[in-house]
Design a protein around this ligand. Structure first.
Ligand SMILES: NC(=O)C1=CN([C@@H]2O[C@H](COP(=O)(O)OP(=O)(O)OC[C@H]3O[C@@H](n4cnc5c(N)ncnc54)[C@H](OP(=O)(O)O)[C@@H]3O)[C@@H](O)[C@H]2O)C=CC1
Ligand SMILES: CC(=O)N[C@@H](CCC(=O)OP(=O)(O)O)C(=O)O
Length: 339
């Protein structure tokens, strides 16, 4: 069978190059074309020596492809993807441009008018655990953000079971690769090493994304407080999530709800102990531990992922497998690097 010819817009960022690495090991597709503004004309191995085995020249435009991933920054991503979508090419956008279905919300949180609001209705939010069937039938998939992936997966079983009352709280920590490869003062070694800080309190653009998906599971959800933190590690997200439960329940009851919800999921495992980000490093797994504080009737769910894999490139490959009819775990069966 002929292999699907795949292209990546912006291979020169962390998400793009991780996607190229994962696709190199995929048996059903061929990565044939990649772009990167700052490196056009160079071999991929000149810019990323660990990828020297991939004999591809970085181009300024994609050519001769049947399937496109974009790992461009927001705004630029939609602009470059719209012509592909209009031509009927299957597309996965790793940026946030097609994640919010309401264009008004997009303008409010991203600061500019969406260039193709009519496409927001067509785009499917690419979290397979919630939208597998729609992803299989879609030509335009919006790959979730890294914090939203961990947060939604941590809270979905509780909201779906209708046991939550009031607001939910997500306290999440990310490694520095989540901020991308472009240089910023906050990523400076001297500023980030041996330091932990919260940021974007009440104003992070992932709040509406998480709320959009959780509200679909429980229309009565009152609200979401989301606080991200930057921690001095390269990869990984740990999201600790709190939800008041409206009936007296034990940790074992909660565990059963979570195990039932994720029973057939290839990339989610409910764990007996709180997960470490290291248990997911280099893999497409999301590990979730759930407990209940019976003194306060508070459910606490902790999720760990690798932000560049289940939080970006791995989930994009999982979505591609669904869109192209391949087994969902093709090219993704890695075991975590540990320690
Ligand atoms: N890092 C992560 O954990 C995750 C990232 N994402 C999303 O993936 C996308 C890429 O993120 P990430 O890889 O972290 O980003 P990076 O900061 O690592 O890469 C961004 C790269 O984009 C290129 N770039 C910047 N501005 C433009 C522009 N206007 N036009 C074309 N290229 C531009 C630059 O490369 P050059 O100089 O070569 O042009 C830059 O190196 C983003 O949309 C991000 O939101 C999603 C989930 C997780
Ligand atoms: C640590 C860090 O800076 N993280 C990024 C989120 C990265 C990501 O996944 O977000 P998008 O895909 O929505 O861009 C941030 O807080 O903006």
């Amino acid at each position: 069978m002929a292999k699907t010819r795949v292209g990546i817009l912006n291979v020169t960022g962390y998400a793009g190059i991780e996607l190229a690495r994962l696709l190199t090991g995929h048996p059903n597709i061929e990565l044939v074309s990649v772009t990167g503004r700052s490196a056009a004309g160079q071999k991929i191995g000149q810019v990323f020596p660990h990828m020297a085995a991939l004999d591809l020249i970085i181009q300024s435009e994609l050519s001769d492809i049947d399937f496109v991933f974009s790992a461009l920054p927001h705004h630029e991503s939609a602009d470059q993807l719209i012509p592909f979508v209009n031509r009927g090419t299957k597309v996965i956008d790793v940026s946030a441009d097609f994640r919010l279905s309401d264009p008004t919300l997009y303008e409010e949180w991203y600061g500019f008018k969406h260039p193709a609001p009519e496409l927001l209705k067509k785009a499917i939010y690419g979290l397979p655990e919630l939208h597998r069937t729609e992803i299989q039938q879609s030509n335009l998939v919006a790959n979730p953000g890294c914090y939203p992936t961990a947060s939604i997966l941590a809270l979905a079983p509780a909201l779906n079971a209708g046991i939550v009352s009031g607001n939910v709280i997500v306290d999440a920590k990310s490694g520095l690769s989540g901020a991308g490869r472009s240089l910023k003062l906050t990523g400076h070694f001297c500023e980030a090493d041996e330091d932990v800080t919260a940021y974007a309190i009440t104003s992070h653009r992932h709040q509406p994304e998480i709320l959009q998906e959780l509200s679909c599971l429980d229309r009565a959800l009152a609200g979401l407080t989301f606080t991200p933190h930057l921690v001095p590690m390269t990869r990984g997200i740990l999201a600790t999530c709190y939800a008041s439960v409206n009936l007296s329940m034990t940790a074992a009851d909660a565990m059963q709800i979570y195990k039932d919800f994720y029973r057939d999921e290839p990339f989610v495992r409910v764990t007996a102990e709180p997960p470490h980000t290291k248990h997911t490093a280099g893999t497409n797994m999301c590990l979730i531990h759930v407990n209940v504080d019976q003194r306060s009737n508070m459910l606490i769910a902790v999720a760990a992922i690798d932000n560049l894999i289940k939080g970006a490139a791995g989930q994009a490959v999982q979505n591609m497998n669904l869109m192209l009819g391949f087994p969902e775990d093709t090219g993704l069966s890695k075991i975590a690097q540990f320690p």
